[in-house]
Design a binder for this molecule. Structure first.
Ligand code: LLP
Length: 415
């Protein structure tokens, strides 16, 4: 979706004050382009939406782990929500204070737990009784101060979102059942080397209503009721962004309003990912060919499911717009916009209304800043694309990751 940063100036698409075509001419396509200004604006908007509970915001690095983006958010006062030792490593590399990292994840290995303890990360979001035991035992073994732990509750609430990214229903692999949370809280003296100080919920991503989140918070608070000394509630991420003009989603203020009255006297942690970065990023691609098959107009581009897998994996819709608008838009056709990868799932969009495009024309896949580059692959031995940032002044831009080379492609192989 277009916004204040990803916008047209007359018929040219800009990222802040920089024409997308200028970046593409210099760096080539496909290329991810991010507005750092928009990311900071989003951070501010989230802070405002949740102002009543003054949350500590831990950016969910899984949405986009580019080091420049991590550093930008850290410098603006955010912490990090990490789900692997690799994400902790990247967070520390850009100067995140260890105490500002929460370590989440359904399957932390003992080595990852050991690493996180050695690095003194602030919180563990625990999803398994044995994991709690590991943290307890390793803390003792490493002679550390007791680690802070939040139990991740599976509140048995089905979130309104795509089934692949709903996480709060009973049969999901995520979290601990209500009964398990209650049991662990009751016997927490059996874990003397952890400080069980919080509860964590995350019922899904791209949430289409606030009622389920509110209900999940209520269930969490019911679990905590016998333990008034436990004061931290981590409500995860999940705030939705608009991928198309007709997508009906709650405002972030609505999420804030839904949970704030419940959490007045609590220390609140938020783990937003998508909401901070999605609409700050685009994937710029070039048209290679046009063909019509079975009466369907198809644009074949140099962007594919290897660079952006969301449409193939979730049938997610991303708007795709011309970088230079045609002067005669009334000739629009509804295109399939596809990539060169050898499978039919490889499309970036269907039913995309565009004017006829010459080979070499540039397109922009919008709202691609979250779960884009991080989910990219070398499938078909494609080179993963570069990432460009437009700095917060809106004017200067630079490469934040170079395009991969054939050397990168073979660097880890032994033959
Ligand atoms: N906290 C936890 C525990 C999570 O599992 C997630 C996302 C977040 C926070 C951040 O959620 P967000 O604010 O981004 O909704 N690849 C999928 C999304 C997967 C989300 C996984 N967990 C997609 O492209 O839609």
């Amino acid at each position: 979706m277009l916004n204040d940063s990803i916008h047209y100036v007359q018929s040219e698409l800009y990222c802040d004050d920089v024409p997308v075509s200028a970046i593409a001419a210099d760096i080539g396509t496909p290329v991810y382009i991010y507005s750092l200004k928009r990311i900071l604006d989003n951070l501010q908007r989230i802070r405002t939406a949740f102002a009543d509970v003054n949350p500590h915001i831990h950016y969910s690095a899984k949405a986009n782990a580019n080091l420049t983006i991590l550093r930008t958010l850290i410098n603006a006062g955010a912490g990090i929500d990490a789900v692997s030792a690799g994400e902790i490593h990247k967070a520390l590399l850009v100067g995140t204070k260890p105490e500002d990292i929460v370590f989440a994840g359904v399957g932390k290995t003992r080595n990852e737990i050991r690493y996180a303890l050695e690095q003194n990360v602030g919180w563990f979001n625990v999803e398994n009784a044995l994991e709690l035991q590991h943290i307890n035992d390793l803390t003792a073994e490493l002679k550390r101060e007791p680690a802070r732990v939040a139990l991740r509750l599976n509140p048995d609430i089905t979130a309104a979102t795509h089934r692949y990214i709903a996480t709060g229903h009973k049969a999901a692999k995520f979290g601990l059942s209500i009964q398990t949370v209650k049991d662990l809280l009751k016997k927490r003296s059996q874990f003397p080397h952890v400080k069980l100080e919080g509860i964590h919920i995350h019922i899904g991503s791209q949430l289409h209503n606030t009622a389920a989140t509110r209900r999940a918070v209520e269930v969490a608070l019911e679990c905590l009721a016998p333990y008034p000394e436990i004061r931290t509630v981590n409500i995860g991420g999940g705030m939705a962004v608009r991928y198309s003009t007709d997508e009906d989603i709650p405002k972030w203020e609505d999420f804030g309003a839904a949970i704030s009255p419940l959490l007045k006297n609590y220390h609140v942690i938020l783990e937003p990912g998508r909401s901070l970065v999605a609409d700050a990023g685009i994937l710029a691609i070039s048209v290679l060919y046009f063909k019509e098959q079975g009466g369907e107009p198809i644009l074949i581009t140099d962007g594919s499911m290897a660079e952006l897998i969301r449409p193939a994996l979730y049938e997610a819709h991303h708007e795709i717009v011309p970088v230079t608008k045609s002067p005669s838009p009334d000739t629009d056709l509804n295109f399939h916009v596809v990539g060169p990868v050898c499978e039919s799932a490889d499309a970036l969009g269907h039913n995309i209304s565009l004017a006829r495009m010459e080979p070499g024309s540039l397109l922009a896949v919008l709202t691609a800043g979250a779960y884009g580059m991080v989910m990219s692959s070398n499938y078909n031995q494609r080179l993963r694309p570069p990432e460009v940032v437009v700095e917060t002044d809106g004017k200067s831009w630079r490469l934040a990751r170079r395009r991969e080379t054939w050397e990168d492609l073979t660097a880890t192989e032994i033959f």
